[in-house]
Design a protein. Sequence first.
Length: 80
Amino acid sequence: MNKITKTFSTQQGVVTISEPFFTLMHDHQQIEVTYKPNNYNGWGMCKTFNAIEVNNFSQADAELFASTADSKLRIQGQAA
């Protein structure tokens, strides 16, 4: 597991950014961005980016990531 370097609290939940790490499959260092919603009992989503792509990751970026991830976690349509 990657060490967490930054944590952002958003309206939907918590977004964390890992410390940069190397993998055999990529030429550049990678960073894992994780979103954990407030009401999902620990479930969430993560995405891996090139470290240079998220060099200046800010609160606004965290809000956008959380909003996008939250919309993907929720089931669209009518309740059964």
